[in-house]
Design a protein around this ligand. Sequence first.
Ligand code: IVH
Length: 678
Amino acid sequence: MDFAQRIADLRKELEKHNHLYYVLSQPEISDYNYDMMLKELEKLEKEHPEYADPNSPTQRVGSDLNVEFVQVTHKYPMLSLNNTYNEDELSDFDERVNKDLADSYRYVCELKYDGASISLTYRNGELLRAVTRGDGVQGDDVTSNVRTIRSIPLKLHGSGWPEEFEIRGEIMMPHAVFDKLNEERVEIGETPFANPRNAASGTLKMQNSAQVAKRSLDCFLYFMLGERLPAQSHFENLQKAREWGFKVPPYVAVCDHMEQVRRFIEKWSVDRDKLPFDIDGIVIKVDSLTQQRQLGMRAKSPRWAVAYKFPAERVETRLNSISYQVGRTGTVTPVANLEPVRLAGTTVKRASLHNADQIQLLDIRVGDTVFVEKGGEIIPKVIGVNMEKRPADSQPTQFITHCPECNAELKRNEGEAAWYCPGENDCPPQIKGRVEHFISRRAMNIDSLGEGKIELLYEKGLVHDVADLYSLKYGQLFGLEKVAVDEDGNIRKTGFRERTAEKILSGIEASKQAPFERTLYAIGIRFVGETIARKLARSFHDIDKLAKATFEELVSVDEIGDRIAASVVDFFGRPTNRAIVERLKQAGLQFASDESAHQVKSEALKDKTIVVSGVFSIPRDDIKKMVEEHGGKNSSSISSKTDYVLAGEKMGPEKLKKAETLGVPTISEDEFMKLIGG
Ligand code: IVH
């Protein structure tokens, strides 16, 4: 048998049926027959590894190997669109286009898909690379994850594609997949995703492509770029893309007049609810590529296209009760418990009521029918009451006077809208909240410890303040378990097995290297956010000087106002806080700023940019510190400006390849040590 031929035939056949199923929704063969062919191909590929191909249909199941993403610079920057919110703004757009173009023009209207944007590059008819938007200039290479998305062709159909081109689109998570995923997450005690967009972009960034494959993402394409495109019309190019096997959505209109554009908008403002995925507006593009070039670009968006954003969706539902949440700083936030209602793609059961003043101002009462709104990523909020539906016996809302968690009498500072619980050392959500803040990504970044785990550690009496984290022992963690039922009746399991316990301890250990400014932010001084923490770290250099600083000294620092200064003085005035800081210091956390911590030991790496990647005999952060101590600069992405890649074990193959392609020398840990004379 000619194995090469059989492999090629099977791949072609499978790719064809894949397209029929996932792009056209017109399957021609049974799942069983598909699986049989796939099995045969898998077997042949295993027996003949010389025919391996990353774009074979067998690769769609992904791999269990963890990858680190390589940053790639976009050939054409990924711009965003200018937004318009009403008819007037839209007319302004059309007037500008009209003024700048000599000839007549037409628009293509499309839906604005609410997912994660992706750029796909094809070379010789095969998927070469898939890159996220990133900051628009550089994004993450997520090719191995994107290969698992069945509606994305790995090899193109038909003919006539340019040798190399880029096609952009949106990675989407359909509602059905999203709902199921969130149900599963709740069941295993993980935080559900806020919306399908977050779920899609979160999935796309997963390090394990086999996991991505299980999440059934979809991808709609809407923009082709390249030097030799088939046509000078955006619309025609997309029709071609469809012939080549891409999922180009059918929801488009070619419009000669603004009136048609308006009708398209009107139609989809209503019909969007019937779509099985989220859209957040309409995109209007000038069709002719020649005219697109004439109109040109602004810094961040094209002049030839605009987005029309739908107004925030609003629904009515009953306010069943009000509960009160206590945050880490003691602030009490009223939360509306609503009769569940579908809003912008998700089911809403709770919404923010902001504070006591807001409740009073809007006269919101239990039993009322309230208006709930959701805009962008923000939590839904109650924006008013339908007074006509108010029950006759309704009673004005009395804001609580005592903390629902620890029963302390609530207080309110002059000039502030929020009530707060003063029981900071006895009030469970405040204690847990402080630890949660401390471990959060932008603070100490101990990502092996999530919310549920802190809860468990607190309940078992192991962690009462942030310093307790540093005396945790393996024996205390291993085997801890808790099963709880949440407000929605879902079972949440939290438990520490071997690997979890180890990861937690190594995460805690690694956090000791976090720079002073992050530690300062992490300890949670009221009003001291990341920027202020940086400012304070730079101005006072170490925690002792900061702790001794007077109100006057603090306000003399640029950007430090009365409120922050008073809060810092208050924080260090409390013996409990001073004791915690002292214990953290003993544990080895960084309490002095970089300048004093990083002594320069040599100039061996002067002006050298180094990418440290993989696993070493000592923690990676220590290596990075050495780079700086010897005059070098750390960078996380390999580019032509990189001088060395310091490669440890398990460094991703894609990174190695990139270093090779760019001709950047790769050095080992030993070689690095020699280089710095150690
Ligand atoms: S065209 C230069 N078409 O919206 C214009 N974008 O705010 C390139 N988006 O980052 C984009 N649906 O992720 C285009 N039909 C559509 C779209 C669309 C959604 C997203 C895209 C882009 C963002 C711009």
